[in-house]
Design a protein. Structure first.
Length: 112
């Protein structure tokens, strides 16, 4: 069995929001959760083409199934993560298993 991610590496907190739209198609927060003991890492990459250079900011949120809070949280593409001054959108959720048991989630985010 794989040990949980050490708490010292899970040093971040953020806010997870699910949004819908109202009658005027404005975004409205449907639900929110305060995330604790998570890890968020940035991966800034550049893609050069013939016209210009495009900067892309990709982020990775790591949610440990043992230490992160709240427990039993489900991530979905389209949800919004507010972390520091960044507004990030969930693009992909990858569960990571260890010995037939869910170990942690790797949540890919875009924005910034």
């Amino acid at each position: 069995m794989r040990p949980p991610i050490p708490r010292a590496l899970l040093a971040h907190s953020a806010l997870l929001q699910s949004e819908t739209t109202d009658a005027w198609q404005r975004p409205v927060v449907a639900e929110h959760h305060e995330l604790h003991r998570i890890r968020i890492e940035a991966d800034h990459s550049r893609q050069a083409d013939e016209q210009d250079t495009v900067h892309r900011a990709h982020w990775l949120l790591v949610y440990d199934c043992r230490h992160s809070r709240p427990r039993s949280l489900h991530f979905r593409p389209g949800q919004v993560v507010l972390w520091q001054e960044h507004r990030l959108t969930v693009t992909r959720v990858t569960p990571v298993w260890a010995d037939r048991q869910l170990h942690h989630y790797e949540v890919e985010l875009t924005g910034g």
